[in-house]
Design a protein around this ligand. Structure first.
Ligand code: FDA
Length: 301
């Protein structure tokens, strides 16, 4: 078993997930999760905004199987939208369809996300649909197709490890898109497994959307990719208002600030809330060196 398989396995363990909710931010999660309540969240957002960095807020939670929990998640997200508006924060929202009931019933989920998108559209706040594992890919695109009949404040994510990502980026090129490598464990018949192949496809998708798409969010901590994008936009005279770089809260903070200082639009993905466990374990799966974050926090108490 690889370290990646090990941490992805842990990320899906329900018992550990429940325990994590009960005992609050532990295991080093504090450095990569911006608190468990709205006050802590808004303090982090304001601090980033003051440094010229915008934010996308994720009210943590996923794979919800209980209607009550999904409705609670929707209400919390609506509170975050209100808080963004009241604080005049430079922020938008990232949501996961499984947090809002996609595994319970498609139409139940659609009603939940509609309420969120409707509320956000009144305040001109953008809603990004994060993409989860392959089994939720098509239903998530279906939600987006349905919502875009009435709203234009929505966008989504293209995961470069999927073979079908090229077709999807063509189909959704007129949306604001976040392009990522992909965080879940996917089988060989659906997704590239080799890092070089994923990176190659990632670059192809980014270049395609920069040239043909609407606004592009390039979400990566990989400086090789970032440097490639910087050269590419220069060579093709792509204006800085057509794209942004994104990274996760707490990772490569110096590089985040440096890119913002260089005049690139920069957006930090800010997760918050008590349901931090699955998110945190996926970060360890991506990069076992992230275990350093754990060690630092355990020993620097
Ligand atoms: P990767 O982990 O491949 O690392 C490449 C290289 O970058 C490393 O070898 C190292 O040199 C350098 N590096 C990376 N991290 C570093 C660090 N912390 N310190 C120093 N050097 C480092 N996934 C998904 O499936 N659905 C989604 O909706 C999203 N959303 C999302 C939003 C945002 C803002 C981000 C940044 C990422 C996502 N992801 C995601 C996760 C994404 O798919 C991917 O799993 C991670 O970003 C890890 O891949 P990277 O491109 O960051 O570099």
């Amino acid at each position: 078993m690889t370290p990646k398989d090990f941490f992805i396995g842990l990320s899906q363990n329900k018992l550990l997930n429940d325990l994590a909710k009960k005992y609050g931010l532990q295991l080093g999660a504090k450095s990569v999760v911006a608190g468990t309540n709205l006050e802590e969240l808004m303090a982090s957002v304001k601090e980033l905004n003051a440094q010229g960095i915008s934010t996308t807020i994720d009210n943590l939670g996923e794979f919800v199987s209980d209607k009550k929990e999904a409705i609670e998640a929707k209400e919390q997200i609506i509170q975050v939208i209100e808080a963004i508006h009241e604080n005049n924060a430079n922020a938008h929202i990232s949501v996961k369809a499984t947090q809002l009931g996609l595994d319970i019933d498609y139409h139940f989920c659609l009603e939940n996300v509609k309420e969120i998108v409707e509320k956000a559209s009144k305040y001109n706040i953008f809603i990004n649909f994060d993409m989860e594992d392959y089994s939720h890919l098509q239903p998530s695109f279906d939600l987006i197709d349905e919502l875009s009949k009435d709203y234009d404040n929505i966008g989504t994510v293209i995961q470069a490890y999927f073979f079908e990502s090229g077709e999807n980026i063509e189909k959704y090129k007129d949306y604001r898109l976040r392009i990522v490598k992909g965080a879940y464990k996917e089988p060989e018949n659906l997704a590239y497994q080799d890092k070089k192949e994923i990176d190659r496809n990632f670059i192809e998708l980014i270049e395609y959307h920069l040239l043909h798409g609407k606004f592009t969010s390039i979400a990566t901590h990989d400086h090789h990719i970032i440097n490639h994008v910087k050269r590419f936009v220069d060579e093709h005279h792509i204006s800085k208002d057509k794209f942004e770089f994104q990274m996760l809260y707490g990772f490569r903070k110096d590089l985040q600030l440096q890119l913002a200082k260089e005049g690139y639009q920069f957006c930090t993905y800010v997760p918050f809330g008590s349901d931090w466990y699955g998110y945190f374990m996926r970060r360890l799966a991506e990069r076992p060196q992230n275990i350093n974050l754990v060690a630092k926090q355990v020993f620097n108490k």
